[in-house]
Design a protein around this ligand. Structure first.
Ligand code: 26V
Length: 760
């Protein structure tokens, strides 16, 4: 295979593509030229498939910018960088030209992207199937300390998804639409190339977008793939979600059957050709859709159902009841009338298997439960971290577990080290390579060899310098892109993830207010603190937006107060996305993973921070439990209630926030401050009062019982960091060396061994 790998060849290709000397080229021109070169190189690594091929169907793929990552995976990064530098150009300036694809919300979508990288790296045949959203997730900006949403037109110029000639007819509400396939090459690290298949309509028209991200939700032909999960707070929004999901699964199912038949399947043996992973419930309609298509091709219903059960597997990503999709039957009657007879037959089958009506697909209120259909009619249901899977088995899905114990299994999430170490933290990567060689890039368990250096003063000094450089780099990036100044000498504590009450950014908020009072009382922290946040709130999620407002307002209060601002600064980074994460994560000292125990299915940011040398401050929740097990109690800061305690409290229904507020003066002082004069000078009374009342009267995610434990643990971390920096760094090295388990290569190998059994 020809591989373009040396600087001269790259220079020649770039000059040829741009038709001028490199010095004269704009970054836009160089980016486009490189995109095409990379695409060509990637294509060479696409291979015919033997045996089973995976189709990972997901409404989200949060892939991040691709140029640098693809160059790394193709082994061309260093040469391209050298070539650019030889002509006075910089890689980081070039990176800024690329728009970030906006195809996901958070962890679920980013996980799908990490999985695609690992599949290709492990040389496993596995494609993604999703949607080509034109504006994707909204762009967030702050105005008067409030979140505003605007469309993110990321699809402007050259992008990585190629338009193909392949189209499929999809019937929505009785009318035919033409779904067009776009394909994006996914190149593994020294591995094969797979594809991300994204469907779209040719008729999409962004001119239907009005104020902010509002648009006419009924005009499917023009709006279907405009946004990712448009607001589902009304009927039209919810219907649109079903339209989107069916477009994805129907076109996807047709494509899968077509490919497998081309490869020789007679459809009776479909399970020898295809494995389908259903990523949460958004693609669940693929089950009845495949059954429908197989029946259309002459297979009888019972056999079709059996085939589909063998082919499909389901991953559950949350135990939050409100996030488990269920649709009023009449919605489905409207959008997908062709599926309803099939779903009804499946429901009838379930009723012959068990008398337990709690596992029915269609309940007594004529509501269709998508997760129930998934569990009954796939051969595998997995959770995404050990604790999460146990909770599914023992409480949330216990009725299903008793029916099908053999279907339930755990696959603890992972992250790709190519993006979350090699790409985002080159200095650390180089240090690790100099100590243990390059093997860890493909076999993450080799990081364990770093344990030999935990008492090596020289290594620790280098590690400390790298952390400082990364903090200075984040400071530079913030100054350049957000006009914010931060002090890299301070301790960086970062909470970045979607804004949700269960993730408890409000607990962090109360801590910061508490510290404010401490400083006012003359008790200074042992080290200046920079509390950094990154988070988008769903546009219709009022309390989440109030929490953002409170943090932005508090940030102003601190900044205006000379006494406080010497010790504490709050930075809420606008428009948090993958690109921002790549800058923030390597710069973090303390990683905030403070969800209410039992509520965060896994978390994956927690793994990224650990890998990049941050210590975790966390509740015993999701994958934090496994991180704690891996690093040992001395190398992590755990606080708060256990998941058992939390579940018991919910079951007994005896949590009363108001009592905690009344009994504990520190809690009361912190909550009351939300509507203080100082806060009202910058913030809006309506929002701050609403948040205050929410905390006193509801506090559904039990912030108050964990308040004191959180303060104590966090201040312990600050003290340790201030008093014994060498020991802190030693403990970060332990975290790095124990991070190998959290590689998505390990996760994918487990999926393959237990569920997919893919060909090579
Ligand atoms: C969705 C919604 C939508 C409606 C309102 C409330 C709500 C709450 C949570 C969700 C999350 C849906 C699924 C999801 O994104 N789960 C995330 O998946 C990650 C990858 O497995 C995992 O690391 C996160 O812990 C989990 O929250």
């Amino acid at each position: 295979m020809m591989k373009m790998k040396n600087v001269k060849e790259i220079e020649a290709a770039l000059t040829k593509a741009c038709k001028k000397e490199m010095e004269q080229c704009s970054y836009e021109e160089l980016y486009t030229a490189l995109l095409h070169i990379v695409e060509e190189e990637s294509e060479k690594k696409a291979e015919p498939v033997k045996g089973r091929k995976l189709y990972y169907i997901s409404a989200e793929f949060l892939i991040g910018k691709l140029l640098s990552n693809n160059l790394i995976n193709l082994g061309m990064y260093d040469d391209v960088k050298a070539c650019l530098e030889a002509h006075g150009k910089s890689m980081s300036d070039l990176e800024e030209v690329e728009p970030e694809p906006s195809l996901g919300n958070g962890g679920l979508g980013r996980l799908a992207a990490c999985f695609l990288d690992s599949l290709a790296t492990l040389n496993l045949p596995g494609d993604g199937i999703g949607l080509r959203y034109h504006c994707g997730l909204f762009h967030q900006n702050f105005n008067n300390q409030l979140q505003n949403e605007t469309p993110d037109f990321w699809l402007g110029g050259d992008d990585w998804a190629r338009k193909t000639e392949k189209t499929y007819t999809v019937s929505l509400a009785g009318k035919d639409y033409t779904a067009r396939l776009y394909q994006l090459a996914v190149t593994g690290y020294e591995g094969r190339t797979n594809f991300l298949n994204l469907f779209d309509l040719d008729t999409i028209d962004p001119s239907v977008i009005g104020e902010g991200i509002s648009f006419d939700k009924t005009d499917i032909e023009k709006n279907l793939t405009l946004f990712l999960y448009p607001d589902d707070s009304d009927d039209a929004g919810r219907l649109l979600r079903i339209y989107q999901q069916y477009l994805m699964v129907s076109a996807g199912a047709q494509m899968i059957l077509e490919e497998c038949m081309e490869r020789g399947s007679n459809l009776h043996d479909l399970d020898q050709y295809a494995a389908i992973q259903i990523n949460d419930t958004h693609p669940s309609m693929v089950i009845p859709e495949l059954i429908r298509l197989l029946c259309e091709k002459g297979i009888d219903f019972d056999e079709a159902t059996e085939i589909v059960t063998k082919v499909c597997a389901y991953t559950n990503h949350t135990i939050l009841a409100e996030a488990l999709e269920k649709w009023p039957k009449h919605y489905l009657d409207t959008v997908v009338p062709q599926l309803m007879p099939i779903i009804e037959k499946l429901d009838a089958i379930v009723r012959t298997r068990t008398e337990d009506t709690s596992t029915a697909i269609i309940d007594g209120y004529q509501t269709v439960h998508m997760a129930h259909m998934d569990i009954h009619f796939t051969h595998s249901t997995n959770g995404v971290a050990a604790l999460h899977t146990e909770i599914l088995k023992n409480s949330e899905l216990n009725n299903f577990y008793r029916l099908y114990p053999e279907k339930f299994n755990n696959k603890t999430n992972g992250i790709t080290f190519r993006r979350w170490l090699l790409k985002c933290n080159p200095e650390l990567t180089d240090l690790i390579e100099s100590l243990i060689g390059p093997g860890f890039k493909k076999d993450a368990s080799e990081l364990e060899k770093l344990m030999d250096f935990v008492n090596d003063e020289k290594v620790l000094a280098k590690l400390e310098d790298i952390k400082y450089d990364n903090k200075a780099a984040l400071a530079g990036w913030l100054a350049h892109t957000r006009n914010v100044t931060v002090n890299p000498e301070s301790m960086f504590m970062i909470q970045s993830k979607r804004l949700h009450e269960y993730k408890r950014q409000q607990l962090n908020l109360l801590y910061l207010i508490h510290q404010y009072f401490e400083i006012k009382a003359g008790h200074m922290p042992e080290k200046p603190i920079t509390a950094i946040f990154g988070a988008k709130a769903a546009p219709a999620y009022t309390i989440a937006k109030d929490i953002i407002h409170a943090l932005l307002t508090l940030s102003r209060v601190f900044a205006d107060d000379k006494e406080v601002s010497r010790w504490m600064q709050i930075v809420f980074i606008e428009n948090y996305n993958v690109t921002a994460a790549e800058k923030m994560i390597p710069a973090c000292d303390l990683s905030e993973q403070i969800s209410l125990a039992s509520k965060e299915a896994s978390g994956t940011g927690n793994m990224k921070f650990m890998l990049n040398g941050a210590l975790t401050l966390g509740a015993m929740d999701g994958a934090n439990v496994e991180i704690a097990e891996a690093v040992g109690n001395n190398n992590i800061y755990i606080f708060g209630q256990s998941s058992d305690q939390v579940i018991r409290r919910y079951r007994n229904g005896d949590y009363c926030a108001r009592e905690w507020y009344e009994i504990d003066p520190n809690i009361r002082r912190a909550i009351d401050f939300l509507t203080s004069e100082e806060m009202l000078a910058h913030g809006k009374q309506e929002n701050l009062e609403r948040l205050k009342n929410e905390l006193i009267w509801k506090d559904w995610f039990q912030t108050l019982p964990d308040f004191n434990a959180y303060i104590v643990r966090k201040n312990q971390a600050v003290a340790d960091y201030a008093r014994n920096p060498k020991d802190w760094t030693r403990r970060t090295l332990i975290n790095i060396s124990k991070a190998g388990f959290f590689s998505s290569d390990r996760t994918i190998a487990e999926y393959n061994d237990d569920i997919w059994h893919l060909g090579k």
